[in-house]
Design a protein around this ligand. Structure first.
Ligand code: MTE
Length: 315
């Protein structure tokens, strides 16, 4: 990303008690809001999982045993260049984004191209909680209780043809609503892509909320991707278009700096970014750095997708 040293950790981010209070508030909130987002089924599982702190959430590669990153940090320390390049810019500026009405256009190699309304998407695919680690290429990480549904549920309903080998996602382009797009820092609109087998993996989700609430604009409302075994830049926000393709799409960061950012972007402590090591990470809210895990800790679930690939070449 445009490369800035992360600011020093604020004192307020490190209090254990604060984390605890935050989690308790989260549990209360989640239990009370379910209905609004079609989340009725999410609240009970959330309660049991968060309270017991057991491995229930791990069936899907979740990180339920990790301490959650406080809501204020998840929604106040963001990368969303459409609203500025500073970490606090998106929270300050993203109120100009109009998330209703909102449609997602589907095109390319599939039997059900068309324009899909966000309300129909939300009612058709109920969101459930998935606690995933997000590891940014800038070497910080968070643990976030996302609300989402498997990307594969949505993609399968669009009936991709056998010619579809990749899928491309595009963010809204509207400099009126996204003032950061008036500056040439990236090649707008933001675009990302996945190989079809990656997109169909059960850990890849479409996210519509977090911490039991509707997704804040700065986190990519109303619909974003989360691919937890890849660096955060693959998790594209505020999606308006999906295209099934025969060829590998270009993705924004690989276009911007091809020697620094690749298409695959799998979290890999053994392959350094040309300008810094990827071996360790700073979990937001902690002082001591942690060792970064292969595939962000999801190796058991996803390593087979890359078994014959040289991950130094396909970074
Ligand atoms: N999507 C768009 N459209 N624009 C962006 O600048 N930043 C990416 C990703 N998705 C970005 C984006 C990066 S670099 C990261 S680390 C994650 O969003 C951050 O997600 P978060 O702010 O919800 O933590």
């Amino acid at each position: 990303m445009l490369i800035r040293r992360p600011p020093d950790i604020r004192e307020s981010e490190v209090t254990d008690e604060r984390l605890y209070v935050n989690r308790r508030q989260f549990i209360g909130r989640a239990a009370s809001i379910g209905a609004g987002l079609g989340l009725v089924s999410a609240a009970p599982s959330l309660l049991s999982c968060a309270e017991r702190g057991d491995a229930a959430g791990d069936a899907s590669g979740a990180a339920a045993q990790d301490e959650l990153t406080p809501y204020e940090d998840v929604t106040g320390y963001n990368n969303f260049y459409e609203f500025g390049t500073g970490k606090e810019d998106p929270a300050r500026n993203a109120h100009t984004l109009q998330t209703r009405p909102w449609t997602v256009e589907v095109e390319g190699e599939c039997n059900k191209p068309g324009v899909y309304d966000i309300e129909d998407i939300l009612s058709r695919y109920p969101a459930e909680e998935r606690i995933y680690r997000l590891r940014c290429v800038e070497a910080w990480s968070m643990v976030i209780p996302w609300l989402g549904f498997p990307l594969s549920d949505f993609l399968n309903d669009l009936e991709p043809t056998s010619a579809a080998r990749f899928v491309e996602f595009t963010t809204l382009y509207d400099p009126e609503q996204m003032p950061g797009q008036r500056r040439n820092v990236l090649d707008w609109p933001y675009v990302e892509g996945l190989r079809m087998d990656e997109a169909m993996h059960p850990l890849a989700i479409f996210v519509v909320g977090l911490y039991g609430k509707e997704l804040p604009n700065q986190n990519g409302a109303p619909l974003r991707l989360v691919v937890p075994w890849k660096y955060g830049f693959k998790s594209i926000k505020s999606i308006v278009r999906i295209r099934f393709m025969r060829r590998q799409p270009m993705n924004t960061w690989a276009v911007t700096a091809p020697n620094e950012y690749g298409f695959y972007a799998n979290v890999n402590p053994e392959v350094d970014h040309p300008r810094w090591s990827q071996a360790r990470e700073r979990r937001i809210g902690e002082f001591r750095k942690r060792r970064t895990l292969m595939f962000n800790g999801y190796a058991e679930q996803v390593a087979h997708l890359y078994k014959d690939m040289d991950l130094r070449k396909y970074f």
